[in-house]
Design a protein around this ligand. Structure first.
Ligand code: GUN
Length: 299
């Protein structure tokens, strides 16, 4: 039976380090770390995520600003808000929650955030730094950064000689995750829906990272015995055993059967999920340190 990574516990340890760093920054420079979170529209899941981010920012001792805009907000209004937040020196991080309502074009909005305040790591400047292996100069997007914390706590900083397979090639996760693994010297394969013999490719992985958005797709016979399995999927499936119309969350990995083959595995919920928000706080305090020309802490 694999050992199960407790993402909540690891996230708590990152948050404690963030609090310590933000207190030290304030003591030494008088600068209080600030995060602005912007949400447009009424999507309940997005509101839940954004509330959790604003609340965590407060718990970290940050200035926490939330802008809740109505569904009918125009592109120009949202762009103007981002410009105001870019200019506000009390704010070191800006996050625009995605997806935006359909009438808004998210890309120009995200690309208009100052790269040094782009704590989501979605600006092309930050994505480019990750792609070129410059991990100290930019901001790394939160979910791959969180998944990497697990990989490094399991295997150490140097992944030389290890085969990593990332299933999924999105800009949000798959591509930056592959770049981070490569920067740590792993031999990396990016697999996706068009990959031939996906189970066979996955069986070659010492580190298997699943981010496809298909509930429990990765089966036990896809997993190399002794592998590390990181599950980035969050899928809602029907759970009639909990009552009529009830749901439960599962990952992209068939957890029970894969846990019998892997040596380390992350659960869903309670794995990568809690790390995403912790790394957002880490990026925000990193941005605050850089804003005063100080070397940021590492997380
Ligand atoms: N929506 C779901 N996850 C995220 C995220 O990490 N960042 C942003 N901005 N929106 C999201």
């Amino acid at each position: 039976m694999a050992s199960i990574i407790d993402g909540r516990q690891v996230a708590t340890s990152v948050i404690e380090a963030v609090k310590t760093a933000s207190e030290a920054l304030q003591e030494q420079t008088g600068v209080k770390t600030g995060l602005a979170v912007v949400i447009v529209g009424d999507d309940p899941a997005s509101h839940a995520y954004v509330s959790a981010k604003s609340k965590m920012a407060k718990e970290c001792g940050f200035t926490s600003v939330q802008h809740t805009l109505p569904e009918e907000t125009t592109q120009e209004e949202l762009a103007a808000l981002v410009q105001t937040l870019n200019k506000d020196e009390s704010l070191h991080g800006i996050l625009v929650q995605l997806p935006l309502p359909k009438h808004l074009n998210s890309d120009p909005i995200i690309q208009s955030i100052l790269p040094e305040k782009d704590v989501d790591g979605l600006h092309v400047v930050n994505a480019g730094k990750v792609a070129t292996g410059d991990l100290d100069g930019g901001l790394v997007s939160c979910t791959p950064a969180g998944a990497m914390v697990f990989v490094k706590r399991t295997h150490g900083e140097d992944l030389s000689g290890l085969n990593a397979v990332v299933i999924g090639r999105s800009n949000l996760f798959g591509k930056p995750m592959a770049a981070l693994l490569l920067a740590a010297n792993a031999t990396v394969t990016v697999a996706h829906s068009r990959t031939k013999d996906l189970p066979g490719v996955c069986r070659g992985a010492d580190i298997l990272v699943a981010a496809v958005g298909r509930p429990q797709m990765v089966k036990a016979d896809w997993v190399k015995p002794g592998a590390t399995v990181i599950d980035v999927g969050i899928n809602r499936i029907a759970a009639p055993e909990r009552g009529d119309g009830r749901f439960r969350l599962v990952g992209d990995v068939a957890f029970e059967e894969c846990a019998k083959v892997a040596s380390v595995i992350t659960p869903v919920p309670g794995g990568v999920g809690p790390m995403t928000i912790a790394m957002l706080m880490a990026n925000t305090v990193i941005a605050a340190f850089r804003s005063v020309g100080m070397a940021p802490p590492e997380f």
